[in-house]
Ligand binder design. Sequence first.
Ligand SMILES: *[C@@H]1O[C@H](CO)[C@@H](O)[C@H](O)[C@H]1NC(C)=O
Ligand SMILES: *[C@@H]1O[C@H](CO)[C@@H](O)[C@H](O)[C@H]1NC(C)=O
Ligand SMILES: *[C@@H]1O[C@H](CO)[C@@H](O)[C@H](O)[C@H]1NC(C)=O
Ligand SMILES: *[C@@H]1O[C@H](CO)[C@@H](O)[C@H](O)[C@H]1NC(C)=O
Ligand SMILES: *[C@@H]1O[C@H](CO)[C@@H](O)[C@H](O)[C@H]1NC(C)=O
Length: 318
Amino acid sequence: MFPLLAFLAFTPLLLVRADAARILIYSATRDFRHDSIPTAIDALKAKGSSISVSFDNTEDPTRFTDDVLKQYDAILFLDNTGEVLDDQGKAAFQRYLGLGGNFVGVHAASDCLRNTTWYGNEVGAFFDYHPALQNATINVLDNAHPSTNMLPAQWHVQEEIYNFKSDPRVIGATVVLSADETSYSDPGPRNYNQGTPHPTAWFQERGAGVQGSGTAGRSFYTSLGHLNETWKDDLFLAHVLGGITWTLQSNTTLAFNASANVGNPASSSSSSSVSSAATGTASSTSSSRGATLIPPGLMQAPVVIFSMLFIGLFHILP
Ligand SMILES: *[C@@H]1O[C@H](CO)[C@@H](O)[C@H](O)[C@H]1NC(C)=O
Ligand SMILES: *[C@@H]1O[C@H](CO)[C@@H](O)[C@H](O)[C@H]1NC(C)=O
Ligand SMILES: *[C@@H]1O[C@H](CO)[C@@H](O)[C@H](O)[C@H]1NC(C)=O
Ligand SMILES: *[C@@H]1O[C@H](CO)[C@@H](O)[C@H](O)[C@H]1NC(C)=O
Ligand SMILES: *[C@@H]1O[C@H](CO)[C@@H](O)[C@H](O)[C@H]1NC(C)=O
């Protein structure tokens, strides 16, 4: 009787599937370093399962190879500053984007690789400067987008309000959030035209960093996210998670397209977690992996354990 009950009790766990999408957070810095980076990574990892995403994070530029990047449905640049990739890493990243890979940028992600024009286009614009940290009002320009539909029309934040070196609308971005310049003080000087209304967060249906005939995924960028407190604010996190969710729905990666070139190979569209849990054991993230399975996702370890338990239970069944 007990083995049967145990079987019934554990059966649903066999049906648990891996998180659909896998995202690599890249937080390397070469100039200014935000002390909120660990808080941001912890917050994203803690919320990942709520949007069926498992997050890995690294600051190792040598992870930017074709074999590593192709396992991810999106690469998320978090607070990067300066030359955080060498030429090989940049080339691999651009190939990834041209294979349908998605991009998410947060806060200082617009302040790295400053001479790399295609990277600036993939973000949407490069950071110029910000006035002092202060309270400000952010206007929601598009309240239908998944990154904004939970926000009040006037969102009060304590933030570094970024100015940019160009208008992201020029390369095709749609601005969803705009800083109300009457709500805070910015002594300038303003040397570049970033367009009006003031761009603060935006999306691109086709990431403009892709050159030629590549398959472009989506790009989402928010300039908010300076403080630890911000990363502990559920409303801000909902904004970022909504942007990530929208980005993944480009359907150009394996999470939502079984014939895509890049993305989580263990996502539901390409294979079941049970079969990959059975075969895709061990192997931590290494940079030299071929086209094999990724390491088991967060949800897969329990499946492996309970699968083994079953085998044991079947042995003692009468
Ligand atoms: C932000 O959090 C990190 C730990 O995650 C801590 O080291 C840092 O001092 C915090 N910053 C401030 C200004 O409290
Ligand atoms: C970027 O370009 C500027 C201006 O040409 C130059 O001074 C700087 O050294 C370049 N930086 C890198 C990392 O190539
Ligand atoms: C700034 O906003 C924070 C909440 O985000 C609030 O606690 C604080 O009192 C505000 N400061 C000023 C000077 O209005
Ligand atoms: C991606 O697929 C979903 C579900 O089929 C669909 O709702 C969405 O419109 C698709 N997105 C694009 C960009 O085609
Ligand atoms: C799915 O991936 C294939 C292969 O890259 C691509 O040709 C196709 O356009 C993708 N589907 C969508 C909806 O983007």
